[in-house]
Each structure stands twice: as C-alpha cells, then as structure tokens.
Ligand binder design. Structure first.
Ligand SMILES: [Zn+2]
Length: 109
C-alpha cells in the first residue's frame, strides 16, 4: 500500500509557508483525496453571519480553512522543528513512522 502522505489527524505540524509560517499547531482534519489539511489556528477566516440555529445572535464566526498539505511538515518534539518522516516495519510486522532526523519513532508500536 503506497503511503503518499505520512501525516495523520492530530499530528503536530509546523507551517512552512504562507502568512502562518513557523506556526506550530496540530492537524484537525486531513483530506488525502484533495491533499489538504485543516490545522488548528492556521488559515483562520472570520465570517460575518446572520443569526441561525447554531448561532442565534449571528455575528462573527472563526473557521479554520483547509490548505495544501505541502505547506506543513511534521513537527518533531525532539528536533523541535519540521522534519520528514520515514516509515519502517517493526519485527512484529507493524508499520510505524519515524523522524528521519533523529530516528525517533512517532507511532506507538
Ligand atoms: Zn526528530
């Protein structure tokens, strides 16, 4: 099974381009088909809304908008920066992701 994107939901990431560059946050949503991510507090747009059922007073809502997955990298806590991930197979046959810089295994075996 080819793994095109090594990132997963809830992964810590750092933004590597755009106005939110260098922001460390986490993945809220991941759309592998479109190659897009939604990252907490990144690419937030404010929208003025009319009152509705979920927001009876109307006003301004903030929404995290999706953007290209290529704008984020995994944020390795050990390296304290964005890193590339590798995938290796453990003795028990389980695939885990690891940091290519420090070799720290990210997924719990
Ligand atoms: Zn690392």
């Amino acid at each position: 099974m080819p793994i095109k994107y090594k990132l997963k939901k809830n992964d810590p990431v750092v933004v590597i381009s755009g106005k939110n560059k260098n922001t460390v946050s986490k993945i809220l949503e991941l759309d592998k088909e479109k190659g897009q991510v939604v990252v907490e507090n990144v690419n937030v747009v404010k929208r003025h809304t009319r009152p509705n059922q979920t927001n009876p007073d109307g006003g301004i809502i903030e929404k995290n908008m999706p953007f290209s997955i290529s704008n984020v990298m995994y944020h390795c806590p050990k390296c304290n920066k964005g890193v590339r991930l590798g995938v290796k197979v453990l003795e028990n046959g389980k695939k885990v992701r690891y940091c290519k810089k420090c070799n720290e295994v990210i997924d719990k075996a």
